[in-house]
Design a binder for this molecule. Structure first.
Ligand code: M6R
Length: 604
């Protein structure tokens, strides 16, 4: 959600900042902007829409020499996506970029307005730069004014600020939104709200902690922590490579990521399967001592993998499970008991609502575990333990390989817990493990299936809505299929338990209601079949995904015949992802950066 970059050095700052923003664009793409301070002179550029518009506007700008610059790509929270509301925001001598939400901005704005400050934008961000300058006007040094400014702000933020009177300096602060500071051998300094912006540019980074703030010049870094004491510069190597963030000849990142699933699933399993046990080197079995309940908490797609995992944990590990939507959980004064293991699931590790629930769990002294794709993310740093999903960088806003690898880790974890709780025999455990070894093959995209779905997709571009239906663990998969479709096709879609249709939604059935029915051979096949027959009798248009042909279906997507319902789960997942993508392509939508969305939701 929004991307931030910053640079101090003597190379081509414009190119460096634009390149960083390009890497972050998938996080927010309503508008973008850059400001540069070169030889004491400010210049700034803003453009609405995709980053390409900013690139065009900056064509004539040259930024060689010693330059300080900050940039931003926006996902609008306060105020429409207009040029005025785009970052950087300015006062008379300073510019600021910000990610997050300033909760007390209205009170600050009112006070500043009463002392004559005129605001140009509708954003919360603009108060930061005016507040800073008002403190300078009161006689504080730039540094003191910045410190007082961030002490006044409430809410979540990652901030970069530059000002004319400290021409070689970037002031920074982090509280609740991610921010990384990087350096390289050429004495250049970089900021990025995610390491994607820093890959290839710097070798050492500091993942700033909440409450960290300070300033950077070309030859110094001053870092303070939340106690206002000078903090050590704890650099760590930046290990991620750029390779995984390219499209590699695919039309869209989403398509590439669907095709990558087989490979990343192998990575997820690497070193974690033995003949009769799951090996998680990163876990200490003591984490489970005295635990008699698991609470899973997440948002969006990650919530769907949590819900799917609840079926696995109860069926295989025989442990009580509850599943929570993070944005609901955090405000409903939940009861938390200390024999509950609190598990959060997140691709990014930065989702504000999920992160907050993890903080609540820690506060209540619960043991915590995060299943996450991004090492060093806020959640990984906060939780007692973490399991990385190893999906690699996921750029498509619609999550695909993150979901696949989360499901793999959760399935493995259910077997790991089953072993501890002795709820499965050794034979049953090895059977599950042998099945896991097949998932990589099952998730290879078959050209025949892709072609069939491409052809079918033209019949599903209208209608008054989609119902994705399934039973048991295929119900969360149906939810995920519906989420994929709505986020990139903008068509209305709902996921529903098959057996629940007759309790209301069946009233909608007619030929213009599209039902995408998940009919696994090895999970309640006959029950699901009856539910689909009920819909067919009411003339709903039905597309069945199954390995068994079904004569009541209008359309059919054939699966291989598998021996285990989880293999059907993973192959159906591929079919659902392809179906959404092909519908979105036919509708001429932006598959990777769908409207109104952002990859990582760091505001609540
Ligand atoms: O990074 P997270 O897994 O915490 O993100 C949670 C959701 O925002 C995310 O899964 C979202 O629903 C995806 N765009 C769905 O494709």
């Amino acid at each position: 959600m929004c991307g931030i970059v910053g640079y101090i050095g003597s190379k081509d700052a414009k190119e460096i900042l634009l390149d960083g923003l390009k890497e972050l664009e998938y996080r927010g793409y309503d508008s973008a902007g850059i400001s540069l301070l070169c030889d004491g002179k400010f210049s700034y550029f803003k453009a609405v829409g995709k980053l390409e518009n900013l690139v065009q506007k900056m064509q004539k700008c040259s930024s060689n020499g010693s330059v300080v610059g900050i940039g931003h790509t926006r996902w609008a929270t306060h105020g429409k996506p207009t040029e005025i509301n785009a970052h950087p925001h300015q006062a008379s001598r300073s510019f600021v970029v910000h990610n997050g939400i300033i909760e007390n901005y209205q009170a600050i704005k009112k006070e500043l307005q009463s002392s004559g400050v005129v605001f140009a934008s509708q954003t919360d961000t603009e108060v930061i730069v005016h507040l800073f300058e008002s403190f300078v006007k009161d006689g504080l040094s730039d540094y003191e004014a910045f410190e007082k400014c961030i002490d006044t702000l409430e809410g979540a933020y990652a901030i970069l600020l530059m000002t004319k009177s400290s021409p070689d300096t970037i002031y920074f602060a982090k509280h609740g939104s991610p921010m990384i500071l990087g350096i390289n051998e050429d004495n250049e300094k970089f900021f990025g709200s995610s390491d994607a912006a820093l890959i290839g540019k710097c070798s050492q980074v500091i993942y700033l902690e909440d409450g960290d703030y300070g300033c950077v010049t070309s030859d110094s870094i001053t870092l303070y922590n939340k106690e206002h004491t000078r903090a050590e510069l704890a650099f760590v190597p930046l290990t991620v490579t750029k390779l995984s963030a390219q499209k590699d000849g695919f039309r869209y990142f989403m398509e590439k990521e669907i095709y990558e699933q087989s490979e990343v699933i192998s990575d997820t399993l690497l070193g974690r399967l033995s003949d009769d046990m799951i090996v998680f080197d990163e876990l200490d079995e003591a984490l489970f001592d005295g635990i008699d309940e698991i609470k899973l908490c997440a948002c969006g797609t990650s919530y769907h993998s949590a819900l799917a995992a609840s079926y696995l944990f109860e069926r295989l590990s025989k442990i009580r499970v509850s599943v929570e939507i993070a944005s609901e959980f955090r405000y409903r004064e939940p009861l938390m008991s200390q024999n509950t293991l609190f598990i959060v699931i997140s691709q990014s590790g930065e989702t504000a609502d999920t992160l907050e629930t993890l903080k609540m769990a820690k506060k209540a002294a619960l043991r915590s575990l995060v299943i996450c794709n991004v090492d060093n993310s806020s959640m990984v740093r906060l939780a007692d333990a973490s399991i990385l999903t190893r999906a690699g960088i996921e750029k498509g806003v619609a999550s695909t390989k993150a979901f696949a690898t989360q499901m793999m880790v959760l399935w493995m974890l259910s077997i790991y817990v089953a072993k501890i709780r002795q709820s499965l025999t050794s034979k049953q455990i090895s059977d599950e493990i042998n099945t896991m070894r097949e998932v990589s093959r099952v998730t290879l995209v078959k050209e025949g299936m892709h072609e069939r779905i491409t052809r079918l997709s033209k019949r599903y571009l209208h209608g008054h809505g989609f119902f994705f239906i399934g039973r048991d663990i295929f119900y969360p998969l149906a939810l995920e299929g519906a989420l994929k479709l709505k986020e990139i096709s903008y068509l209305h879609a709902e996921g529903y338990p098959s057996g629940e249709m007759k309790h209301g939604p069946i009233a909608l059935a007619d030929p213009e209601l599209f039902t995408i029915a998940l009919m696994p051979q090895h999970m309640l096949y006959e029950k699901t079949k009856s539910n689909i027959e009920e819909l067919s009798a009411r003339d709903s248009t039905i597309c069945v995904i199954s390995s068994i042909e079904f004569d009541k279906a209008d359309d059919f997507i054939a699966l291989e015949s598998h021996g285990h319902y989880m293999l059907e789960f993973f192959e159906m997942m591929i079919a659902l992802q392809l179906l959404s993508m092909q519908i979105a392509i036919r509708l001429d939508n932006d598959v990777d950066m769908p409207r109104n969305l952002a990859k990582s939701v760091t505001v609540e």
